[in-house]
Write a protein that binds this ligand. Structure first.
Ligand SMILES: [Zn+2]
Length: 464
């Protein structure tokens, strides 16, 4: 499953970062600033005092700038689509777990799934307001997961579904769609993390598009750590796909690796492609990363610079004070000190908490995560979906996604890291493959936009 793969890559990345921090090499920091000591003092004072406020003068230079004052955002205030109720014909059968099969003793139309080394146990319990809920409890966990799964249902590519559950959990869990193909293969897509709710019942809502070539799907809420997850009131409702006026593709590069400059930039120039570079503000003096001068060149050539925190902090586990500091501090450093037009944010590992998401809204115009999916005309601009490009991603998979975005008028965001055929990172992209991706985008005549351009075009088209 992607989640497992992601974790492995995450650890690899963490080791890489640790490595660079243990053995920093004193490369020249910036052509703009000759004196490294004074540069570091300035950056420190910027980050120590950084806050995201409407009067921030760094925004004055921006085309459309501060989300607190810019007309594009004040006339289209942020609405979290997850707040809107889901209504219509429910495709989940026996959603209240009331009907029990006399032979299997399980609720009809439901299945249990326990995979790997854990002792996931299944039972029924009291739900909210006199309902019945399905419980999965894990007390010993090593790997794998446990979940109640709906019956598989036939679906068609391009169909749009809203999904809702009531849940109560002590753990970090997530909702999952199992898409299956005619050849029997599966694609497990994590919809959105579901954070611990304590003892109170919460409503979880999201929406998704069925990707190319899928024939059936089932949905579940999954636990993959020790804890208890109760869920009920499953709703799955099909609605017309919310489309934009045209399909869009964005190329995002995370972390600011030097290989993006050395190997990627010549390709972007050759094909006239503008990317968004999510930069870690605190590593620009390290040899694996781009120097400020290299990033200047990206911006001068029309690419967008976004923030990826100060030190690649994991915002799901860091405390709120540190999260605020790295969100405001990276923005202050990148915009005030280096003079880049930073508007958009991507959290390291795609991790964040509810409070972090709220604070990101005060600092940035969007947040792009790492969860798989197409962005429809109902997207949550503080939870933009992506396709993660890994070393093993086949160019044909990218081509299929690009054509799908064009044909269904959706926004596809491709996320890359290093551009280095020799890298051992699972998240590196092969240079020849990257060129194939770009060629496909050009051949299929899909518009390429930076995140800022994509938001400016699509925000006025949002359906709700
Ligand atoms: Zn990163």
């Amino acid at each position: 499953m992607r989640r497992k793969l992601g974790n492995i890559a995450l650890y690899a990345l963490a080791i890489l970062f640790l490595g660079y921090h243990l053995f920093p090499i004193g490369a020249g920091i910036s052509s703009k600033v000759a004196d490294q000591t004074s540069a570091k003092t300035t950056i420190k004072s910027l980050t120590d005092s950084a806050q995201c406020v409407a009067s921030d003068s760094a925004y004055d230079r921006l085309t459309y700038g501060n989300p607190l004052t810019d007309p594009l955002y004040t006339t289209l205030p942020y609405k979290d689509p997850a707040q809107l109720p889901v209504s219509g014909t429910n495709l989940v059968k026996n959603t209240g777990f009331k009907t029990i099969d006399p032979e299997t003793k399980l609720p009809t139309s439901w299945d249990t799934s326990q995979v790997g080394n854990n002792n996931g146990k299944f039972s029924l319990t009291a739900g909210p307001l006199g309902t019945t809920a399905a419980r999965v409890e894990v007390t010993q966990y090593k790997d794998g997961d446990a979940k109640w799964v709906t019956e598989a249902m036939p679906v068609k590519p391009g169909e749009f579904y809203r999904f809702e559950t009531q849940y109560r959990t002590s753990a970090y869990t997530y909702a999952l769609v199992d898409f299956s193909y005619a050849d029997g293969s599966h694609n497990y897509v994590i919809l959105q993390p579901v954070h611990p709710s304590g003892s109170s019942w919460q409503t979880y809502r999201t929406s998704f598009v069925v990707p190319a070539n899928v024939v059936t799907m089932s949905v579940s809420q999954v636990i993959d750590q020790a804890g208890i997850l109760d869920s009920t009131g499953y709703k799955l409702v099909k609605e017309p796909l919310p489309k934009f006026n045209r399909g869009l593709v964005s190329l995002n590069f995370d972390d600011g690796w030097r290989s993006i400059y050395e190997n990627g930039l010549p390709l972007f120039e050759k094909y006239d492609i503008k990317t968004t570079q999510y930069i870690i503000s605190g590593v620009l003096d390290q040899p694996a990363y781009m120097t400020p001068k290299m990033i200047d060149e990206f911006e001068a050539k029309g690419h967008e610079i976004g923030s990826h925190t100060m030190q690649h902090e994991d915002l799901a586990t860091t405390n709120d004070e540190n999260a605020k500091k790295t969100l405001a501090g990276s923005r202050a450093t990148l915009s005030h000190f280096y003079d880049w037009r930073v508007r958009n944010f991507a959290p390291p590992y795609g991790h964040y908490s509810d409070s972090v998401k709220n604070y990101v809204q005060q600092c940035y115009e969007s947040m792009r995560g790492t969860e798989t999916g197409f962005n429809t005309a109902e997207y949550d601009r503080y939870d933009l979906k992506v396709m993660n490009i890994e070393l093993t991603t086949k160019p044909e998979e990218v081509a299929t996604a690009v054509r799908f975005a064009r044909d269904h008028k959706l926004w596809l965001v491709l996320v890359y890291h290093e551009v280095d055929s020799k890298s051992e990172s699972a998240y590196a992209a092969n240079l020849a493959d990257l060129e194939k991706h770009i060629k496909t985008i050009k051949d299929e005549q899909v518009q390429v936009v930076t995140m800022a351009e994509g938001l400016a075009e699509t925000l006025p088209q949002l359906k709700r």
